[in-house]
Design a protein. Structure first.
Length: 159
């Protein structure tokens, strides 16, 4: 077996905490219009502001951050019983983080089904509602066809 990049579960936990700090402190640069009032008058200009814009914790992002492939991480660390707790914690904290960002509006809620499906959440209730709506639409179409059933074919162009 080749030498491991991460020497212990404690070292992996430390790297995970560094990654979370990186995600939580992520900033973007945004150009903004600024107006300054001085004794000589008002001046308008553009400036660049750094805005805190946390990014979601993900296992893929973490692996890119530490320079490991999914396959390597899986074979070397996820399969090792000594790393079970930290690997489980990483998965749990990714789920909790993304869920919190949906609940606080940091991530568009329309993306929730896609993101949360990674963690075993489904949209079965939505599927049932859509199915019922499809049935109602089908019933309405059938009723309309029945109501129009007595219209002669020649008169269809005039309608």
């Amino acid at each position: 077996m080749s030498k491991r990049k991460i020497s212990s579960p404690t070292a992996l936990a430390r790297m995970w905490e560094e990654y979370k700090a990186y995600c939580d402190s992520y900033t973007i640069k945004q150009e903004v219009d600024s107006t300054y009032t001085t004794p000589e008058g008002t001046t308008t200009g553009k400036s660049v502001k750094e805005i805190l814009s946390p990014i979601s914790y993900t296992k893929v992002g973490f692996l890119a951050y530490i320079g490991l492939t999914r396959q390597s991480f899986h074979a070397t660390y996820e399969q090792d019983p000594a790393y079970t707790d930290i690997v489980a914690r990483i998965r749990l904290e990714c789920e909790v983080d993304v869920r919190a960002k949906f609940e606080t509006g940091q991530i568009n809620s329309r993306l929730a089904p896609l993101w949360m499906s990674k963690y075993g959440y489904g949209t079965k209730a939505d599927a049932a509602v859509e199915h019922k709506a499809d049935n109602n639409l089908l019933e309405m179409i059938q009723q309309s066809q029945a109501d129009l059933g007595d219209v002669p074919e020649d008169d269809e162009d005039e309608v």
